[in-house]
Design a protein around this ligand. Structure first.
Ligand code: ASP
Length: 257
């Protein structure tokens, strides 16, 4: 929720826009102990899609809710609704105006009154070895309105299974869905006994194409894995020992104890 609230990231407030200047948010969460999970797609009025995904997991028999009815479910669950302006950021608006110009489309006029659309991820292990993963996003900048990416889909953008791995992905959602990218990491670890680091490396380099995206993951040994084939990926971890590490690209680690 903290990452969704921060306008720096493509999730919740500050999410990227569709080609129409709207904001449509996708998210999912998965509990590796029970393998239960929940997802939401194309939310327009919910400030914290990850909480709504959690409610889908906890309060419904379903896995994914989408669109207006998912926003209504969020209100019923007590999460409220925000005005579309809440999500708006000038830099996302300028990005979409540029994209529209490059496609020969007329500029958008009144962005702040339009309903808006976001990727952040988190993976965790607790002291009992339970694994969990969560992902939240505005999707790809300039996507078609109505487009749903990998982030709300268990096995594509998010996956957690105790004894194997918790993983969250970012990148070109269509490729993550096509290759069941997150679940594939789990299968490599569980079925083939590959290390989490090697499984993530194989999926990013051998299954997906260079530039398709990145993943954060943690396995039962608790060692964080953060890899990407894009230009950079902002990531970090905190350990029970008190060590905190943040990283923008691989040769820029900053460790504090
Ligand atoms: N994977 C997200 C999607 O395709 C976007 C992202 O990670 O930036 O919706």
């Amino acid at each position: 929720r903290t990452l969704e609230d921060d306008p720096l990231f493509n999730a919740g407030r500050g999410a990227v826009m569709t080609i129409d200047g709207t904001i449509e948010l996708d998210a999912s969460i998965m509990d590796g102990k029970t393998m239960r999970g929940g997802g939401v797609a194309s939310l327009r009025r919910s400030s914290n899609p990850i909480s709504v995904a959690r409610a889908v997991m906890d309060e419904t028999p379903h896995l994914i809710l989408g669109g207006l009815d998912a926003d209504r479910f969020a209100v019923e669950q007590g999460f409220g609704a925000v005005e579309p302006e809440y999500f708006f950021t000038q830099r996302r608006f300028e990005a979409i105006q540029k994209r529209r110009a490059s496609l020969g489309l007329p500029p958008l006029e009144n962005p702040a009154r339009r309903p808006s659309e976001g990727t952040v991820g988190a993976v965790a292990i607790d002291s009992q070895g339970n694994l969990a993963a969560a992902t939240s996003t505005g999707g790809r900048s300039g996507k078609m309105a109505g487009r749903i990416g990998d982030s709300p889909i268990l096995g594509a953008g998010t996956y957690a299974e105790n004894g194997a791995v918790a993983v969250s992905g970012t990148g070109i959602g269509e490729e993550f869905i096509r290759h069941s990218a997150a679940a594939r990491v789990g299968w490599l670890v569980k079925d083939l006994g590959v290390t989490v680091d090697d499984a993530v490396r194989r999926v990013l380099h051998d299954t997906l194409k260079p530039g398709d995206g990145g993943m954060i993951a943690v396995g039962r040994d608790g060692e964080p894995v953060m890899r990407y084939t894009t230009g950079a990926m902002v990531s970090g971890y905190a350990k029970a020992s008190g060590t905190v590490m943040t990283m923008i690209w691989e040769d820029s680690p900053r460790v504090t104890d």
